[in-house]
Design a protein around this ligand. Structure first.
Ligand SMILES: *Cc1c(COP(=O)(O)O)cnc(C)c1O
Length: 359
């Protein structure tokens, strides 16, 4: 790895003040990593360098045909002052899968992790100290061949940036969702399983429609039968059926159109560890409505790296509006959230060896 340090890196006091502001995505750390790929030579040696703008030819492929993928992962401060990454190997594997689907080069897992570790070590001072806070890490890659011909790019650029993430969980506010029967996020054979910018570009109009309905987020249903619940915005969904020790924690099955969330996967294990039954299911809009009406569905939450776990309250759709819970996060939702955060922050035993120590 080539290292060129930022001569204008923020001094500790300035940096600490920015980190203390909380928020998300407003400030970026002093450095970034870039790594070039071309068909002939493969991957170059990655470069850690000062964070800053990049220059690209206007005819660069990504601007025209959207050949781009990304990841989202976090580094957490540990009780001994060190820093741990949560399941970075899982992000590396998913990044390679997304690359394959978008006809981009698959970055070797070790190279991906090396870039992440190097940036986190260098910018360690940007990792917040409080529980619920973290350093959000954004690896991404895009097509850099210059030309307007439509073909898989013979050049690509991998980049890595990081931003401190405050504790933006508000336990008094459950998310309201608009179940979209008009727009579709992903169809069989499409790019739903890949973490690519294009999926998000196509989703924004539905997000707008949700806001117009007075909802915070959009919930996607399947493209074919237009009835099976898939995901919420950029997060996976969980439903708690029943309550207490007898509760079952279920999540929509990965049918090939859902994004296989690492948080989703981790919660399947955490819920089992906590003694709950778990299941991956096909759950329809009707099942949601009827389950809420009968009281079988007691809690609903969304999960993903950025927010970890967010309670879902009101669901609105063309077929009506149903409210789960009293607007407060459910007991099992909070138990799962606290357990996962505990593992991430090193206060609960990491029985699945999910944490990777950086320093
Ligand atoms: C990233 C993402 C998720 C959540 O995945 P995590 O690995 O848990 O962060 C869920 N759905 C979509 C569409 C995503 O892009």
């Amino acid at each position: 790895m080539k290292i060129s340090l930022n001569p204008h890196a923020k001094d500790a006091a300035t940096r600490d003040a920015l980190v203390a502001e909380g928020g998300f995505g407003k400030y970026y750390t002093d450095h970034m990593v870039v790594c070039e790929w071309n068909e002939k030579d493969g991957w170059s040696e990655p470069d850690l360098k000062p964070y800053g703008p990049i220059s690209l030819d206007p005819a660069t492929a990504v601007f025209h045909y959207g050949q781009e993928i990304f990841e989202g992962m976090k580094a957490y401060r540990q009780p001994d002052g060190g820093i741990g990454l949560f399941r970075p190997e899982a992000n590396a594997r998913r990044f390679a899968k997304s690359a394959k689907r978008l006809a981009l080069p698959e970055m070797p897992e070790e190279l991906f992790i090396e870039t992440v570790e190097t940036l986190v070590k260098q910018d360690a001072g940007w990792v917040p100290n409080k529980v619920g806070e973290s350093l959000y890490i954004r690896p991404f890659m895009f097509a850099t061949e210059v030309g307007l011909g439509v073909r898989p790019s013979n050049k690509a650029l991998y980049m890595l940036i990081a931003t401190p993430a405050g504790a933006y969980f508000d336990p008094s506010k459950a998310v309201s969702v608009w179940i979209s029967t008009e727009y579709v996020r992903a169809a069989q054979g499409g790019t739903g399983e890949a973490k690519c910018g294009g999926n998000y570009a196509a989703s924004l109009v539905a997000q707008k429609a949700a806001a117009k309905e007075g909802c915070d987020q959009v919930v996607w249903i399947d493209a074919k039968e237009r009835k099976w619940i898939e995901e919420m915005g950029g997060m996976n969904l969980y439903f708690v059926k029943g309550s207490g020790a007898e509760a079952t924690v279920v999540t929509p099955k990965l049918t090939g159109t859902l994004l296989p969330g690492i948080t989703r996967d981790s919660i399947l294990s955490v819920a089992k560890d906590l003694g709950y039954k778990t299941d991956e299911v096909m759950l329809s809009i009707d099942d949601w409505r009827d389950g809420v009406a009968s009281g079988e569905i007691t809690e609903i939450f969304a999960c993903g790296t950025a927010a970890v776990v967010s309670p879902v309250g009101t669901a609105k759709s063309a077929m009506g509006t149903w409210v789960t819970g009293d607007g407060q996060p459910g007991k099992i939702t909070m138990q799962i959230r606290n357990h996962l955060l505990g593992i991430q922050h090193g206060s609960i035993s990491d029985s699945h060896s999910w944490m990777r120590k950086v320093i």
